[in-house]
Design a protein around this ligand. Structure first.
Ligand code: GAR
Length: 208
């Protein structure tokens, strides 16, 4: 039975999709805790109402990234996770933190990486005239929004799309893709070889 800790900063809809899939599909895993850097993160209420431990490590209470990350890691490690899942966790992490969880920390980013790292990904895809947008699940490394890619979802950009319409279309795909990627991890189906992810279950790593 693997132990999963999920980090959120806000709504937590990806966390919710993972919690539901874990229960519905009977994964060999449990969600040990949901931790937020913001006390007002809406997702905390969902986690608590599902009997999941919650914690807040408020980044505003720390003078720098290093001290915040150190306290966050201390709280996370209290749950002895096999996997750390970033689900809309909007903090840049220090190299010490990423090294500590190397090979056992996943993130979802709302673009087809390596395009559009950083913020406002959908708006930037619209402004660039892209015909497709999407999202990527990847292992986290020290370099922001890089790291071995586990799965990608692609959505068309349609005439008349604005940021809200496009992000809603991509979010629907995120909710299918992220639980699948987490399940692969807990089933020991992911191997990183030469900086790339091999997925041994033979299921498609592409979503659309
Ligand atoms: C998701 O779209 C996720 O891809 C994005 O934030 C949203 C969180 O939604 N993540 C990032 O931008 C990370 N850089 P949620 O809180 O409802 O899961």
């Amino acid at each position: 039975m693997k132990s999963i800790v999920i980090l959120i900063s806000g709504r937590g809809s990806n966390m919710e999709a993972i919690v539901k899939a874990c229960a519905a599909e009977g994964w060999p895993a449990r969600i040990a805790a949901v931790i937020s850097n913001r006390p007002d993160a809406a997702g905390l209420a969902f986690a608590a109402s599902h009997g999941i431990a919650t914690a807040v490590v408020d980044h505003k209470a720390f003078p720098d990234r290093a001290s915040f990350d150190a306290e966050l890691a201390r709280v996370i490690d209290g749950y002895t996770p096999d996997l750390l899942v970033l689900a809309g966790f909007m903090r840049i992490l220090t190299p010490e933190f990423t090294r500590h969880y190397e090979g056992r920390m996943l993130n979802i980013h709302p673009s087809l990486l390596p395009a559009f790292t950083g913020l406002h990904t959908h708006q930037r895809a619209l402004e660039a005239g892209c015909r497709f947008a999407g999202a990527t699940v990847h292992f986290v490394t020290a370099e922001l929004d890089h790291g071995p890619i586990v799965a990608q979802a692609v959505a068309p950009i349609l005439a008349g799309d604005d940021e809200a319409a496009l992000s809603a279309r991509v979010l629907g795909l995120e909710h299918r893709m992220y639980p699948r990627a987490v399940r692969w991890f807990v089933q020991d189906q992911l191997r990183i070889e030469g900086g790339r992810v091999q997925q041994l279950a033979g299921e498609s790593q592409s979503f659309s």
